[in-house]
Structure formats: C-alpha cells, structure tokens
Unconditional design. Structure first.
Lengths: 338, 338, 338, 338
C-alpha cells in the first residue's frame, strides 16, 4: 500500500477524491490537507459533505494538515484538488521535495515536460516523468485534463484509426463542474449560461497535447483542430457533448470502432468494465440515467449519425476530475514510476 | 378589423395565440375552436390556462366551437395550433372553403405551393399564395417554420451578404416546445434528452426552403447545408442555439451585419423593435433573462467568435410559434392578400 | 429461497421492486408480470429502465407474464405495484388462489381484516392474516401504507411513550411519487402544486389504523388526530415532512426518544442500520443528501424545536413503497406466515 | 412628484425597487446609491440586471452615489434595500438628517417607536412616526416586514373578525428571497433546505407586532401565537404558505371573509385590484402561475379546508419586499407624513 494524501480535501473535487480513495486497494489515504482554517481539526468536523454517496466513516477522525510539504510528511503521492490560484506553486514544492503529484488543477497542464494524461489515450506520455527527473525534480507532476476535454478525448480515441480532421463540440455542462458554490441558483435555474471561463480554450489546446505524439522528450500536437462552444445547464452531475467530426468514415464504421474499442491495459482498480459504451437507443445517453455507468468512469456514446455527429457523456467530477487523477496514479504505479 | 379564429385554442401554442390576439389592433378574435369535448362550453371554463401572462378576461365567455369549417363560420382567417395528426386535413378544408389559414403545424410546410414564411427572411414567398389560388383554392395556407428553425433563420438572414456554406447547429430546447404535457418531469429534471423527434430533419430541410429562392412559382433550395443536433434541456421557455458557419467573414464583419440589420418592412404590430439584438457581454444571451425581449419576438445573438461561432436565442412559443404565425398574418394583410 | 413475482413490474414502483429483489437473500425473483402488451417478451426488451441504479442484468431475459394467477404459476408470494384501478380485484384473485400478496396499492389498505403494516410500528397487526385465513382465503394480503404516511408513522413511533394528541403535517413530496409520467415538467418546474389527490385523506386515516391497537381480530384506531397539507415540489426523490405535535414532552425528551429508539426485531435483509436517524445540524435532513441513508430505508429526523416541531424525511419509492413492501414480506417470513 | 432614492440599488431587492419606481406617478427616482466600488459610475454600467422584467432605460445614465446622507442630497425619501449589517446605522443617519426612510431591512423592525407596516393590516401604526418626531428625529423610519411574514399577515387580516388563536405555518420559500447569490445551485437543485436563518423567529415576532394594537404610542402584541417551519425550495419567485388556524369559524365563513375583504383605503398606485384573491380550484394557488397577480402585489389564497387549513402565496420580492416598501410610502404620503 502506498501512503497518499489529498490536497484541497474539503471542496467538490476533494470530496470525490476522498470517496474514491477511502477504500482503495493500492492506496492508503493517510493525509487530508486543507486551508489553514481547518488545519488541526478532524476532517469529519470541518468537511461539509455534500456528495450523495455516504460519508466514508474511516476518515472522520483524520486530523486535517496544512497544504505544505512539511505538514504532510510521510506520503509518497498526493492528489491535488487545489484551486488554480495556488496549485502551481504548491504542486511544484511537493514534486521538488520528492513527492509524486497527480493533479486535477490546470496550472501545470500545458508545460512541456508535464504529462497531461488520460490512461486510455496517451499512457506513453508518462515518459515525460523521466524528463522531469532529468531536469532535477525528485518527485514529479502528472496532470489530468479539464473535465470536458476528458470526455472528448475518450470519445475520440477509438476513432483515431478512422482519421478525422476538424472537431466541433458543443457542451452542456453540469453545475458541479464549478464546485459547490460556483454557480448561484438564481443564475442557472430555468436558464442556460452560454459561457464558462477558459473552458473553450482548454478544450481546444489540451486535446491537441493529449492526442499528440511524444518523441524525443517532446509532445507534438495532434494534427487536427477543435472548435468548442461551452454552456452551463441546470444538471447536477454529468457533462453532455454534441460532437461533429470531419471524417470519411461511415456511421457503421464509427459505431464498430466504438464497439470493438479496448484500452491498452487491464486491471486498474478504477478502470470501468467499458471505457466507452455505445448506445443504439435514439434518446441516449442522458446524464441522470447514464453518468454513473462504470462507477462514473465510463464515457457513454450515442446517436452516431451521418455528418458525422454523435453524443458523448461522462461524470464530470469522477471521470472528469477525481477519478481521472486516481486512475492516472494507478497507471503510474503499474508503469513502475511509483 | 378582420375576424379571426384559433384552431386548437386550449393547448400550449393555442393559449399563446389567444394571448397575442386578445388585444390585437388588426384582428378581432371571435372564434376559439377545440376538441369535441369542449365544444359548446365557455372558453374560460374549459381552458386550463398555464401561461404566466394573465388570462385575457375578454375571451372568457366565448363559446368554444368544433374544429370544422361549419363550426367556425364568419371568420376570414384562422390560426392553426392543431397537432400534426389532424392539421393536414383540417387546414385543407378551411383553405378550400375560402378561409385564410396561418398554420404553426408541420403538415403542409414542405409542400411546393405552400409558403413557409418568416417575415424578415422570405416575405416574397407569399407569392406562392397566387400559385395556390391558380390551383383552385378559394382561401390559402401559409405556414411558419418549426421553432428552432425560426431562430436559426432569423439569425442567418443578416449574414446572407457575407456568404457562408455549411451550418452546424446544436440546440438546447425548452420544455414548452413539447406542449403542456409533452415532457414528463421525471424525464427532464436534472437531465438532458439528446433527441427530439424529427427536429433535426425539420431544421435541415425547412431552413433550405425558407432561405431558398422563389422563381417561376417554385422555391429553389438555398445553396448550403445544415447539420443539427437537437437536445431537450430543463428550461421552461426559450431555445438556445450554438451555431457554426463556414464563412470567410471576420468576427467584426459578422457583428457589424447583426448590428446594422433592418427587416424589409416596418410597422407590423407584432414586430419587435429589433428583430435581432447583438450582445457584447461574454455570458449572454440567456433564456431566462432574454427570451422576452421585444415581447418575445426578438432573436438575441451573442458570443460571436472566430470559428465562426455564435449563440442565438429566442422564445419558442412566441417567436417560434404563435407570434410567428400572427406576424405572418400581419405581413399577409399588408401585402393585400387579406 | 421463496419464489416470488412482481405485478406491475415496468412502472416506477415496479422497477424499484425489481432492483430490491434481484439479489435478495431470501426471495428468488422468478416472475415479472405486466400488461398484456408486454406479455411474452423479455423484461429487458419491454422495460424502460429509468432508475439511476443500474439495470440488474440477471432479470433481462425473464419472459414477462400476464397479471393473472394462471400466468404467474409457481410463485408463493407476489409483490403488487399495480395501479389502484385494477389492484383490488387482481390481488383478491391471487390471495384466494393461495398466494401471499404484499401490496403497495391502496385498494385493500383500509379493509378491516387486511393488515396495513410498517414493520417497526405494528408488526403485531400481521395477526390479521389469521383472520383472513379463518374467513377462507388460502393465501393472504398484507398492505403497506401510502408513502407519506410511512414517513410520518416511522417518525411518530419512537414518540409513542411520550404521549401526543393532535398531529399536523405539511408535506413536500417528490415527483417520483406520481410515477414516471404522473407529473408533467411544465406543471412542476419552478413551481409547487399544493394538492395531491387523496393524499391528505390517506395520511389522516391510514396513520390511525397503523398506530391503532389490534384486539380480538379488530384494529381500533389510535387516539389522536392527523391534519395534513400535501404539496408536490420539484424534487426527484424524497418526501420531506414538517410535523407539529401536541405534546408535553420537551425538545430534549423527544430527541432522546429518537436517539435511543430500536425496532422490535433484527436482521431483516432490507432493514437499515437505523430506522430513524436524528440530525443535530440546523439545516438537515435534506432530500438530495439524505434520502439514500440506510439504502433508502432510514427515515431522517431533524430540527426538533419547541412547539413541538420537527422535520422527517425518507425515500418515497424505497422506504415509502417498494422497500416497505419487501421488508413487510421479510417480517412475514420471520413470523412463519410464509 | 417627490424626489426619492434607493439605497442598495444593485441587489435583488434593489433592482425590484428600481423596476417599481422607474415610472411611478408620485415618486421621482433621482438617486441610486450603492457600494463605494460603484459610486460615480453609471447605474447601467454597474448593475448586473437579472430581473426578467426589462431594464428601465431611463435610469441607465444615473450616476451611482455612495450610501451616505451627503452623497444623496436632495431626496426627501429613500427606500432601503441595504443588508442588515449596515442598514441599522445608515437608516438612522438618514432619518436624523430629515429624510424619510422606507426600509425593507430587518434592523429597526422590532424597535418600539418604529412602525412595522403592511398597508392593509395596520395603517394606523404610522402613528409611531409622531413618536419618532417627538423623540427628536427630523425624518423618520418606517419598515416593512420580512417577506413570509407579509404573506401571512395579509392572509390573516380578513379573518380577524372571525377570531383565531394559534397559528401554525409551514413555508415553501423561493430562492430569490436570499438575493441573487444567496443560494448555491448545488444546495437547492433537486433538494429542499429545511432551514432559513432567523426566518421562523421573524415570522413569530413580527406578526404579533403588526397585528397588535397601537395605543398611547405603544404597540401591544396581538393575542395569539405563531409557530413557523420555514423551508427553501427550488422555485425562483413566490413564497407558498400552508397555514393552520385554531378557529371556530367554518370553511364557508373563512371563504366568505376572504371574498368580501376590502382594504381600508383605495387608489394607491401600487395597490392591486385585489389584496387577496380566493381560488376555488383544488390545485391553486401555484407560484409560477399566480405570483404575478396584481402586478405581484396580490396574495393568493386557496384550498380552504376544515382544520382550519389553507394555502397562501405571494411574490416575495414584490409584495414581500420592494413593493411592500413602495406601497408603504404611498400610504405615508396619503396620510400627509410626506
């Protein structure tokens, strides 16, 4: 068992980390770090648990530590659910102090020697860990992409062999993506907000890095473009994407690619039975019915039509955030970086 | 004052017709037709008024008539909010009996000699009324498009001069578009349904007819393609569209086209001050805040970005249904067909 | 293992029955009965599964049978999720044919020789099964109360010893209580409907029977009154009740009664760890956060204040319907009636 | 025309004040005060207008002033939508500087010489203005009650003559009652929060003052009790109350009292045609359909049943806040205090 900690353990993503790690077979959750205000108190006393999954009793009495290397001594790996404003520096500190960092924050994602990884899509990008080590870090940082980007990339991966160029994607994103208090009820009830700060830029740049090619210690961007239109909708969990591809592949070829897709590894604890699940029903997938497939880690696909158009859907705080980071850590361990 | 009636006066679109016509300066609402069950009773006693606008007291005591030519004698013009299953035949009957029909139903929309009209977009298509008359109808039928199609066409009209080819559009459509009982709460609450029956087909075919060219008594389809992905979202009123265009025009040229756009007529009672309104704010338009602009008849535009992408939004049961039909009737009258 | 069936297996409560019985340790779900239309087809092909819990694969290929004694041969016990219009007669048929019936329908609830049972509240009322048998039924019928009534009674049971007279209760009831298509989205979104057909009457009469005394084969109503005001609110699952009691007991005595309450039996598979759970937080219980406590079988209590007022909350289709019926069947078995 | 200002003009209640005053026949809205940050800028540039009513263009260019007596020179009357934390002191300053203050804040409501007024209920309490003047204030302060309290009192006023003692009331309160950002979407979507800070206390104490008797410069509390249970529900606007009264009056007597009720004055511009409107339909009133009756100033009543129980509903930011204050000011003017 590897001793692990969560940085930013009381927020929306932080709670998902705690939920996913409380009973993890490989990782022993020993450290929960949060703001100064909470440090020293019991996690159960400071967390305002808002997940519909029950509170994991075994972490109730863990004393919250400050978000510093010193404060979290003894852990080999930390999961970062820190806000971007502080994640950059704190994650740097940890990685330089010899700790492995799996981060959900955007701060380091686009740095050349930091891998931006989705296990099914670019496991080989973990090779950048060696680049980091060569540059003198004792530990390392591995990031996972923005939530919408993950759904898009998991949906595109099975289609790589078919060839496609321009990607257009309209997202309908859940409220939880903005954290517990990020969206006021008055702003989203009976409403849509056709804007999410930096979301379109993230989808357009992160996707190219993730689906790019690692060679000679550098990632070369993937040779297609992404044009995104991002919208917040009144749904609690689950991002829905309407995707168009410029491709010569037929509807049946695309469906077959989804059906026969298998990820290049097996047996990661957080890995769902199916990374992508294809629906033939004309009105699926739907967030309330399908977001929890595969424990929240499956990306559901539906309505493949000429155009070439289809729908992709995934759980934004599990597959799109905490679960993504945990599965990255599992992959890292099987690749012997831990 | 022209004596008018509403067919299907108790449903969601029917009630909007009643609301818009109760105090109309040109049309005198004298007849309300509904199903057999209601015929003979007072409208105020049979209608289950569910609009947030107050019930127009002046129609309370109108006796509901059956949906037949005989039953509605004395009206020169009827507005049809009939379901498609019966609209085709009923509207035919009325038009052959010398009554003008302005229909929101889809039944006749794609017939070659029936105009499918949005006043700002193709007022000249009313010329097909002459074709109908030549073919022996005493009255005539004029249809308005499907709700989402209307928002799309009003948004595209100002850009005709800039040139564009492929149009991709992802819709986020309100619950009221399916009528008062068309969507069960359990199906849409905390959810999205990525499918609306025949909606994508309607947007893809109707748009080309509307924006097509009338010559020699025939409409030639517009020379571009539309690819739609339609989704039901938990919003009461107001359809939001994310639109991509293949165009060489710049963001600024597109914005300028929206800003300077003026419809080719003035003074229709239902006509809004602005047919399209351009927002510069990064998070607008939003359905709850913007659907009632221009009395529900303005199409709001926002987030014009390279790509070329933008957002369009309009009230689906006013601009997208009853208001569309009423404004068509107003246009018809100014063009002396009534 | 006792062979069991579900009548009305495709509806909202029927699906919950299937979910709860698919892996039940005592009951072997072999029969799924539904309307004529579905009979003969595979359950997986006819059910429109709408629960957020995953579809239980093991029942996918069960052939649906008609809702008749003949059609469901071989089962010892049926769970009825039938609509009240047909439940009365069908359940009678089954019970006279020697089958045990655990019914969620209201049809037989108030009949003098039919027990209306909540395990924690009136397990002794199962004695009415003997009365039924004496009257010549080969099988028997046991009913569970209306959903809101169950929450109320489970909340009142721990307070019996403290004494109370008049009960006033305002309910805020979830959409799922009306079935999958019982409430139109247009009727409940951004809205409250302050009326649910027969709900107040059910709460006011059923409660007195359940908390009444069985003596000499007859139930004598409990000696207090219930006055209910029932409201539908835009919540998917979970009924919330604001309750006032006329009692001399103090807030602390009431809290203590909730804390120390233990049901008069142990070890039923569907029984939650705690039948009632008392919250001290000032803003709990809340439906989205607390409805699934104890697998949906715990009734959560909070905000005990002078007056004497408190809040009770439970999952309406689990504790308030299918789970109630299954736990009744478990109790029946331990009492050797099966 | 009396020159007036709004303090706290950018918030949820402040915007309602601006909406109601922009075209007021007696009051000339000349001053809009807000936080330091906004002072000096144009109102149209600093306000984030979120009402579904259109922005009143005539106030767009008013320069926002600081919330000080000095900053708002020239106004005879100010409406206060200030948060309670600062309202106490600021309103005191204004009233001592000779300005009339109509306040929606809770700070001064329960002070012995400050009238807490609902025009229909206790117009004579304005007599306390003389007490304030005798005590040396140049101006005066008049407050309106908390939103839920207003609905309750307007509903009880017609029943005074029938006699009642204990009042129990369960509220289902809209999101807008907490201001634009007071409730996070994650906290209320698919949920109910059975607690609103200080709300129950306000209803229980304010009601007794409002319905109390002014004699010898002092208000004696009304001789009954109120016991409230307050709940936040996912509704945008409109508070719904389920009320129980201890009364000997019959259902018909209560209905008749509502039907024949007339307020003790006429002709106030903000006064609705009917202060209370009785529904006979079994499922009314409903917030989405009835909150805007009488321009948002009518309190709708329904479901009068034995018990004695009924439902009351009103618009919380109009009748329950800004409209309440404006109508108070109108009453004050007709009573010659202005």
């Amino acid at each position: 068992m590897i001793k692990v900690g969560v940085l930013g353990a009381t927020g929306a993503v932080g709670q998902r980390f705690v939920q996913l790690l409380a009973d993890h077979p490989w990782f022993d959750l020993v450290t929960l770090a949060a703001s100064e205000r909470s440090a020293g108190k019991k996690y159960g006393d400071v967390v305002n648990w808002k997940l519909d999954a029950p509170f994991p009793e075994k972490v109730r009495n863990i004393r919250v530590t400050p978000t510093t290397v010193k404060g979290t001594k003894g852990v080999e790996l930390v999961f970062s659910a820190l806000p971007a404003e502080i994640a950059g520096e704190v994650e740097d500190d940890f990685s330089r102090a010899g700790v492995a960092v799996c981060s959900n924050a955007r701060s380091h994602r686009m740095e050349p020697d930091i891998p931006l990884v989705i296990p099914e899509v670019n496991p080989d990008h973990l090779g950048l860990i060696d680049v980091q080590r060569d540059a003198g870090r004792d530990g390392f940082i591995v990031t996972n992409p923005n939530c919408s980007t993950i759904m898009l990339c998991v949906a595109l991966e099975p289609l790589r062999g078919l060839g496609f160029r321009d990607v257009r994607v309209a997202t309908m994103q859940a409220i939880s993506g903005a954290g517990f208090s990020g969206v006021a009820a008055m702003d989203i009830y009976d409403n849509i907000v056709p804007y999410i700060g930096q979301e379109e830029e993230k989808m357009e740049t992160e996707t190219l890095k993730i689906m790019g090619t690692l060679r000679g210690g550098k990632v070369k961007d993937a040779p297609f473009t992404v044009s995104a239109s991002c919208h917040r909708v009144p749904v609690i969990d689950g991002h829905t994407l309407a995707i168009w591809l410029d491709t010569k592949a037929s509807v049946e070829e695309v469906k077959e690619a989804f059906r026969k897709y298998k990820p290049p590894f097996k047996g990661l604890p957080t890995q769902p039975e199916k990374s992508v699940q294809l629906f033939e029903e004309e009105n699926r997938p739907q967030p309330r019915l399908d977001r929890m497939r595969g424990g929240g880690m499956t990306v559901s696909i539906g309505r493949v039509r000429p155009g070439l158009r289809f729908i992709a859907l995934g759980h934004n705080t599990i597959r799109g955030a905490a679960g993504a980071s945990v599965m990255n850590a599992e992959l890292i361990r099987t690749r012997k970086y831990l």
